[in-house]
Design a binder for this molecule. Structure first.
Ligand code: ADP
Ligand code: MG
Ligand code: ZN
Length: 629
C-alpha cells in the first residue's frame, strides 16, 4: 500500500487517526493571514518590563546613604540643599535647583531635631512634593498588561471558536469530515476479510444508488457494526468505505464523546447527527464504539455522562430514517460489553464479523503490505503466512516492516526470506507477552478437537451438517470452531436427536484422548452444554428410566427483563437429586464410549482431515464432505 499520512499516524499512535489529526491551535493560527505569534506578546511584555525598571531606576539614580552618613555630609558641608520628601530625604551638592548635581538619598528616622539642625547649619531645605507619577504607574503596571492579556485571550477564543472546539460551545462535535477519496484507501487495500468487504461494498452501493433498492421496496440498514479482534482491519475497512463512497463521511472515535462534563457527549452526538442530516446522503463512522456503548447494566455506580451520551445516540438512531440516506457505521473489538439496546433491530441491525485472517488471507495481506518493498527471489510469502497462524493484519504489516528494517540494517538492497523469519520471531516474542499466540502443539490439539466434532456430526444420524471447520482463533478463548447449520427449523427434538447432540459435543474431547492419550481444558464449554442437555433430558423431558414422563422442575419467569432466565425451582428430594446426578454421569459416560468407538473406527479419516485443517486452517463443507466420503 502506498505510504500515506494516515498510515503513519496509525504507526505512531496505534489509535484511530481521526480526530487526533486535527491541527493544533498553533497550526491553525499559522495559517491565518495575520500571523499572530505568541512572540509578539512576549516581546511587548519584555519591553514593558524593561521600560518600567528603567523608569524606576531613573528615580533611584541617587546614592542611598545611611541617615547618620547623610547628617555627617550636611555637617561637613558637602550637602548644600535638602529636599524633605515623605519617604526620602534628598541631599544636593549644589545650591541651585536646575543642575543635576550629585544627590544623596536617605530614609529618615524619627528625628524632630533635624530641621533645627539644618537651620543651624544654614542649609536650605524645602518640602519635596513626591512626584509619584501615579497615572503613569497605573498605566504601565496595570492598564497595559491587563489590556494585552485581555486582547490575547479574546484572540485565542476567536480562533478556537472557528475550530469548533470553543470552550464556550462545548457541545460542538469534533467529527472530521473526510472528503471523498481523501483517505486514499480502497477495498483493494484490505485483504482476508471478504465477507466484511462484500457487506460494506453493498453499503456504499446503497448510498450511491439508493433507488436501486428502494424501487423494489428493499430497506436500507441503519447501522452496521464491525466486530473483530484488534488489528483485524476494522478501521481500515471504514477508511476504505470513506475512500470509495461518493458521499460525505463523518469520522469520530467513541472516546471523543466521553467528556468530563455531563451532557457534553450527548450534545456532541446531537450535533453530529444534525450536521449529518444536513449533508445526507452520508456516512457516520464511530470507531471504538465500546467507549460510549458500554452496557448500562453492569456498571457499578453508573456513569451519568456516558449513559446520557449513549441514550442520546439511541435516540438519534431511532430518529433517523435510512431512506434519508444516512448510515451509521461503527467498530468495536468488545461486542460483549455493548449495551444490548444498541444491538436491537432498528439500530445496529447488521453486524459484520471481521475475522482473523486464514492462511490465504494472510498471504494476501502480506502481498499488499510488501507491494512497495523490494523482495529477493528467495522470498515466499506463502511460507511466511504458514508460519504466522493467529496473526492479524496489523501484526503482518508489522512483520513486513520489520523485515525491511532488518535488510537495511544489513546494508542489503532487497529483503530476503531470512529477514521475514527473523521478523516473525521478533513479533512473536512481543505477541507471546500479550498471550495472543498459540503454540504449534496447541494448534494441533485444537485441530484434532474440531475434527472430532465435525466427524461426529457427519457420522451421527440426524445431526446438523457441518458448514465450516476453523482453527483460526477467534479471541475470547475460542481457539477454533465447528459450524453446523440446521437444515430446517426445529421446534421439537427427539430423544435420539438429543443424544446425537451430546455425541457431537463430546467428539472434541474424545478425539483429543484418542490421539494424544491425554485431555485438555479446551472442552470445558462442550462439556457444560452436553451435561446441560443430559440433565434436562431427565429433569424436564421425563426421559429417564426411574422418572419416565415426570417433570422434576417447575419453570417460572419472574419478570420480563432483558436477560431474565427462567428461574428453576427444584421440586424433588435429595435422593432424587443424587439420582439425577448419577444418571447424568451415566448418560455422558455411555455416549462418550460410543463417540470414542466411532472415532477409533474412523481414525484414518480423522487424521486426514486434521492434517488438511492444519494446512488451510479453514475447511468448507464441500471439501470436508468429500473427505468423509
Ligand atoms: P482495527 O481497527 O481492527 O483494530 P486497523 O484497521 O486499525 O485494525 O488495522 C491496523 C493496520 O493493520 C491497518 O492500517 C493495516 O495496515 C493493517 N491491516 C489490518 N488488517 C488488514 C487487512 N485485512 N488487510 C490489509 N491490511 C490490514
Ligand atoms: Mg480500530
Ligand atoms: Zn469443542
Amino acid at each position: 500500500m502506498a505510504k500515506k499520512k494516515d498510515d503513519d499516524c496509525w504507526k505512531k499512535g496505534g489509535k484511530d487517526c481521526g480526530p487526533g489529526e486535527q491541527p493544533s491551535i498553533f497550526d491553525q493560527l499559522k495559517k491565518r493571514p495575520f500571523k499572530f505569534s505568541l512572540w509578539y506578546f512576549v516581546i511587548v511584555m519584555i519591553s514593558l518590563m524593561l521600560f518600567n525598571t528603567y523608569y524606576v531606576s531613573r528615580q533611584q539614580e541617587k546614592e542611598l546613604v545611611e541617615y547618620s552618613v547623610f547628617k555627617e555630609k550636611i555637617q561637613s558641608g558637602e550637602i548644600k540643599r535638602v529636599g524633605l520628601g515623605k519617604e526620602n530625604y534628598f541631599g544636593f551638592t549644589t545650591e541651585d535647583e536646575g543642575t543635576s548635581a550629585l544627590v544623596y538619598k536617605t530614609v529618615p528616622v524619627n528625628d524632630p531635631l533635624f530641621v533645627p539642625f539644618l537651620d543651624e547649619r544654614g542649609v536650605s531645605y524645602y518640602a519635596m512634593v513626591t512626584r509619584e507619577p501615579v497615572l503613569l504607574n497605573l498605566l504601565f503596571q496595570w492598564v497595559i498588561p491587563f489590556g494585552l492579556l485581555f486582547f490575547v485571550w479574546r484572540l485565542m477564543f476567536r480562533r478556537m471558536g472557528s475550530m469548533g472546539s470553543n470552550v464556550l460551545s462545548f457541545g460542538k462535535n469534533r467529527a472530521q469530515i473526510v472528503a471523498e477519496g481523501e483517505t486514499g484507501v480502497t477495498f483493494k487495500d484490505v485483504a482476508g476479510a471478504d465477507e466484511a468487504k462484500e457487506e460494506l461494498e453493498e453499503i456504499v452501493d446503497f448510498l450511491t444508488n439508493p433507488q436501486k433498492y428502494t424501487e423494489i421496496g428493499g430497506k436500507i440498514p441503519k447501522g452496521v457494526l464491525l466486530v473483530g479482534a484488534p488489528g483485524t482491519g476494522k478501521t481500515l475497512l471504514a477508511r476504505a468505505v470513506a475512500g470509495v463512497a461518493h458521499v460525505p463521511f463523518f469520522r469520530m472515535s467513541g472516546a471523543d464523546f466521553v467528556e468530563m462534563f455531563v451532557g457534553v457527549g450527548a450534545a456532541r452526538v446531537r450535533d453530529l447527527f444534525k450536521q449529518a442530516r444536513e449533508k445526507a446522503p452520508c456516512i457516520i463512522f464511530i470507531d471504538e464504539l465500546d467507549a460510549i456503548g458500554k452496557s448500562r447494566i453492569n456498571v457499578m455506580g453508573g456513569n451519568d455522562e456516558r449513559e446520557q451520551t449513549l441514550n442520546q445516540l439511541l435516540v438519534e438512531m431511532d430518529g433517523f430514517d435510512s431512506t434519508a440516506g444516512l448510515i451509521l457505521l461503527a467498530a468495536t473489538n468488545r461486542p460483549e460489553i455493548l449495551d444490548p439496546a444498541l444491538l436491537r433491530p432498528g439500530r445496529f441491525d447488521r453486524q459484520v464479523l471481521v475475522d482473523k485472517p486464514d492462511l490465504k488471507g494472510r498471504e494476501a495481506i502480506l502481498k499488499i503490505h510488501s507491494a512497495n518493498v523490494k523482495l529477493d527471489e528467495s522470498v515466499n510469502l506463502l511460507e511466511v503466512a504458514k508460519s504466522t497462524p493467529g496473526f492479524v493484519g496489523a501484526d503482518l504489516a508489522n512483520i513486513v516492516n520489520e523485515a525491511a528494517l532488518l535488510a537495511v540494517r544489513d546494508k542489503r538492497k532487497k529483503v530476503k526470506q531470512g529477514d521475514f523469519m527473523e521478523a516473525i520471531e521478533k513479533v512473536v516474542a512481543g505477541l507471546a507477552k500479550k498471550s495472543r499466540l498459540i503454540n504449534p502443539r496447541e494448534r494441533e490439539i485444537v485441530a484434532y478437537h474440531e475434527t472430532g466434532h465435525a466427524l461426529m456430526a457427519a457420522k451421527t444420524e440426524g445431526a446438523d451438517p457441518v458448514q465450516k471447520i476453523s482453527i483460526v482463533p477467534r479471541g475470547m478463548g475460542a481457539l477454533g470452531y465447528t459450524m453446523q447449520t440446521p437444515t430446517e427449523d426445529r421446534f421439537l427434538m427427539t430423544r435420539k436427536e438429543l443424544l446425537g447432540k451430546i455425541d457431537v459435543l463430546l467428539g472434541g474431547r474424545a478425539a483429543e484422548e484418542l490421539v494424544f492419550g491425554d485431555i485438555s481444558t479446551g472442552a470445558a464449554n462442550d462439556l457444560t452444554r452436553a451435561t446441560d442437555i443430559a440433565r434436562r433430558m431427565i429433569t424436564d423431558y421425563g426421559m429417564s428410566e426411574r422418572y419416565r414422563n415426570v417433570a422434576l422442575t417447575k419453570r417460572a419467569t419472574p419478570f420480563l427483563g432483558e436477560r431474565a432466565e427462567p428461574v428453576m425451582a427444584r421440586e424433588y428430594s435429595e435422593s432424587t437429586q443424587s439420582y439425577v446426578d448419577d444418571e447424568v454421569a451415566r448418560i455422558i459416560e455411555e455416549r462418550y464410549g460410543v463417540v470414542s468407538e466411532t472415532l477409533r473406527d474412523n481414525r484414518e479419516i480423522l487424521e486426514k482431515i486434521t492434517k488438511r485443517l492444519l494446512e488451510v486452517e479453514v475447511l468448507e463443507a464441500a471439501e470436508f464432505l468429500a473427505m468423509v466420503g
